[in-house]
Design a protein around this ligand. Structure first.
Ligand code: HEC
Length: 122
């Protein structure tokens, strides 16, 4: 009996218990998301629109660029986009888009640049 005690111990319940007590970040997460598409939906969609067209109320009011446009995409360099997201965009000292450098790390910003590239619809 003594040697079998390990086998009969209800490990399944222990693991289940741990899983419930310490859920992985991805499941228990309530803060901002991590994937580029989700980040975009969380931070950017309000102005730039779900498809990147910028056809939201706020987007139209502010005159955001149309990310689905091939022409617009060609005009934006990667590093320029990176900088715009990190440091924001100011024109004549008026803030056009606020900086996200305090909310997003470099990897996330690069992910967003890559994501915006996928919004182009030829
Ligand atoms: C409050 C509205 C608003 C939100 C939210 C917003 N943007 Fe913008 N964004 C703008 C406006 C307005 C412009 C155009 C600024 C200009 O060129 O005058 C712009 C321009 C851009 C550009 C083009 C920069 C260039 O080089 O021309 C990129 C890239 C961009 N936004 C990415 C993002 C990303 C990524 C997010 C989310 C993390 C985001 N924006 C959130 C308003 C917004």
């Amino acid at each position: 009996m003594k040697t079998r005690s390990l086998d009969s111990f209800p490990w399944v319940l222990v693991i289940l218990g741990l899983a419930i007590t310490f859920p992985p970040m991805s499941r228990g997460q309530t803060g901002p998301p991590r994937k580029a598409a989700d980040l975009y939906g969380y931070y950017c969609k309000g102005c730039h629109g779900a498809t990147g067209k910028g056809d939201t109320k706020l987007g139209q009011k502010l005159g955001v660029p149309d990310f689905t446009s091939v022409k617009i995409q060609e005009k934006m360099a990667d590093d320029q986009m990176f900088k715009a997201i990190k440091d924001g965009i100011k024109k004549e000292s008026v803030e056009r888009m606020k900086p996200y450098g305090d909310k997003l790390n470099e990897e996330q910003i690069k992910g967003l640049v890559a994501y915006i590239r996928t919004l182009k619809t030829p």
